[in-house]
Write a protein that binds this ligand. Structure first.
Ligand SMILES: Cc1cc2nc3c(=O)[nH]c(=O)nc-3n(C[C@H](O)[C@H](O)[C@H](O)COP(=O)(O)O)c2cc1C
Length: 231
């Protein structure tokens, strides 16, 4: 039988408590550092994607921190973040919209759409989708040049009656054996331009203080298949 004195028990308890506290402290420290690094990476990803979609616009702010949520039928949903690019006087020079095409072959197609203050498209990218590999996935910039055809276009370019895929009498190519996917994207981009046109004044009147920092990452193309919202 061990003959433990109260002093030994107290010492052992204090030691145990000390180890436990040190362990918890180390875990908290590692977790804090990891979270900070993940957040940094998210911001970097957002910044790069926004830079891709604001073309040659001369902006001085950090659009990652200049964002509001928008919701409208023309954008295809609610709580869709938009990022603002501003000049040195805080005037809006461009906006990157999030929009959803609800009529893809396999459901929602998530888009990022950059326009300048005059409504000219600076770039369009697909951020998440579930279209068929080898058929509908040519909408990805990594797979074909198709998505670049939007660059420089606007509501009047081409005229409204030509904002369709060729099969429907418009100017945009469809893919061999796959018309549904590009048709959905063309329509969604057009609707986003309509949204910008209808809300231009209020969007351009926003100030940096209206914005809130966007903590969530933009969905990546690799996400397709795993994106809850695109089902
Ligand atoms: C297994 C399978 C997968 C398909 N995936 C797509 C797709 O991702 N995108 C698409 O536009 N069409 C896809 N299609 C073809 C469409 O069913 C349709 O035939 C095609 O888009 C042409 O549409 P249209 O008749 O409106 O011109 C797929 C067909 C099959 C059988």
């Amino acid at each position: 039988m061990l003959d433990l004195k109260p002093r030994d028990i107290l010492l052992a308890t204090a030691l145990l408590a000390g180890f436990a506290a040190a362990g918890a402290g180390i875990v908290a420290l590692v977790q804090g550092t990891t979270e900070a690094r993940i957040e940094e990476n998210r911001m970097a990803v957002n910044r790069n994607r926004i830079a891709e979609l604001t073309g040659d616009l001369d902006y001085r702010n950090d659009p990652v921190h200049d964002t509001i949520d928008l919701g409208h039928d023309l954008l295809g949903g609610d709580h869709l973040p938009a990022w603002f690019a501003r000049d040195a006087d805080d005037e809006v020079v461009g906006i990157v919209f999030s929009a959803i095409a609800r009529d893809g072959y396999s459901g929602d197609i998530h888009l990022l759409i950059g326009v300048d203050r005059d409504g000219e498209l600076q770039g369009v990218r697909v951020s998440a989708h579930r279209e068929t590999p080898g058929l509908g996935d040519a909408i990805e910039a990594e797979r074909s040049d198709w998505i670049h055809d939007f660059h420089g276009r606007s509501l009047g370019n081409p005229p409204a009656e030509d904002w369709h895929v060729r099969k429907d009498g418009g100017v945009f190519d469809q893919f061999t054996g796959a018309t549904i996917t590009p048709r959905a994207v063309v329509r969604a981009v057009y609707r986003t331009l309509q949204y910008f046109d209808e809300h231009r004044e209020e969007l351009l009147a926003t100030r940096p203080d209206d914005a809130r920092s966007m903590a969530e990452p933009l969905p990546q193309p690799e996400d397709h298949g795993d994106d809850e919202a695109s089902r």
